[in-house]
Design a protein around this ligand. Sequence first.
Ligand code: AKG
Length: 370
Amino acid sequence: MSTTPDWIDPIADHFRHKGWARGVAPFDSHTIASVRAEIEAIWEQRRNASPDRFAVHRPELPRLHRVSATLGAFVRHPVLVELAARIIGPDVDMLWNQAHCKAPGGNPLGRYPWHQDGFYAPVEPTGGYSCWIALTPTRAANGALAGVTRDDDRSLRPHVWNPELTYYVCEVTEEESDVLEMEPGEFVLFDALWPHGSGPNTTGEPRIAYSLSFAQAGTRLKATGQPYGDRVPIVRAGRSVDDVMAELARDPAGTGPGHHLLEELLGRMPEIGDLIRSRFAMYREALLAGDDARAAACLTELVCSAPDEAMVLGDLLRSRGIPDEIRRELRDLGNKDPQARRLLLGRLLELDPGDEAARAELAAMAAVES
Ligand SMILES: O=C(O)CCC(=O)C(=O)O
């Protein structure tokens, strides 16, 4: 990444000034088609797995790098790496990824109400973004992404809980927003303060998008100071992770960024140190044998090594950083899912150890079990 490709500058400038930018990146059509096919296959598998009505009309398929080698590799696509290095800086992680599918048929539950992502999981430092990539044509009629394009207000707006949509919603007027219709491969970058949403899909075809969030390595939740997200490294020392790891594979005694990255992974996940070392050895063997496809697959396994993390109701448990929001979730949850309830209570106590009601409830749950 010695020179910045021409297509990035206008996108980076717009993003820096406005907090969002749309672009047509040089993804090739084969890549976009294979990402779409992979997401459709996962959607098909999961379609009947959840009784949740949102899973039917507007399924969110999170953390796809963990279940698909194609998507695990896509996270480090050169286009995404170039963008991240130019806009975020020399050390970047992919924190979160999810497909946003909208089933055909126009059910109102298929819409995303207006919101700002920064309301949900405030992190620091700021400066990261989500890259929302259209995988099907997106039009007003099928629920294209819409956002505030005519107002430069960069503040966090008040959000109000909407029980019908089970979403915190902010206000956006028609005068300040636009629907951003796109072709497959076009994308929008947006930061945590960009108010956005989308309508239902009233057509007869699915609408599919893939959104990946990137941030400076070491990004933490404001509320707890804990590291946030899946933290898949994609850029180190201003170079792609593929590049720095290939350098290390060719010179394992080297002390460059590849060495530091391997140390970083081992330091972060000592409990799977042997697995990380063996994945690096397999990657190195494939690379030195000239088997590029196998080497890329091994590198995906290596950088996506993080152990699974608890998820509750479709979100990472650790993404919860606001005690009152967890209390609201607990009220909505009632007794429907004791395991989810236990995890949320535990998280609430991490954030607010003085919550005696949560402590008593957890103790009562433990007593019933023993
Ligand atoms: O896909 C959509 O229509 C909305 C996605 C969204 O709200 C998000 O990625 O934060």
